[in-house]
Design a protein. Structure first.
Length: 171
């Protein structure tokens, strides 16, 4: 009688378990306690994304004179000037915190996301396969599209979904 190898048997069980877990939907994303899920005064039943843009900081290095050069009456340098290097950071653009109204999670179905990918592809922003998943290449394409409209975010805004013709425009 041939008995199955225990290691092979355990490996197959583990593989079956992992494949079932991979098919389960992801848990809903709930903000941690203390972080609001919507801006103050947002209408009930709307969904929002908090868009945080970091500050843009520039490091400036310059030479500052500590002691000027000493010269004689004829203008010849007796002792050269002494300098020190000073480095400082200047805030070019402060951190910004804004809210973007988004389609709700129940609207973000694979079919809807595939429509987003097709709409971005038709406009030349998405070159990947139509997968129906909000993957990295879809988010990069979405960010490029929205950035031209002044919104630097990879989260699909409700306005962008309307511009792409995916959600009805409220009159």
């Amino acid at each position: 009688m041939i008995r199955p190898r225990p290691l092979l048997y355990v490996s197959l069980r583990l593989l079956a378990f992992l494949s079932l877990v991979a098919c389960m939907p992801a848990p809903p994303t709930v903000p941690p306690p203390g972080i609001p899920a919507a801006p103050p005064g947002a209408p009930e039943g709307t969904c929002w994304h908090r868009n945080i843009s970091p500050a843009v900081i520039e490091t400036v290095t310059e030479q500052v004179i500590v002691r000027p050069a000493e010269r004689d009456a004829a203008g010849n340098i007796l002792k050269p000037a002494t300098f020190r290097t000073v480095t400082r950071q200047d805030i070019i653009r402060p951190r910004s915190d804004s809210w973007i109204e988004t389609p709700c999670p129940e609207q973000m179905t694979p079919g809807f996301i595939a429509s987003v990918q097709r709409a971005l592809a038709a406009r030349g922003y998405y070159q990947g396969p139509i997968t129906g998943r909000m993957d990295a290449s879809t988010r990069i394409s979405l960010r490029r599209y929205q950035k031209e409209a002044g919104l630097d975010s990879s989260a699909l805004s409700l306005d962008t979904a309307r511009q792409l013709g995916l959600i009805a425009v409220i009159q």
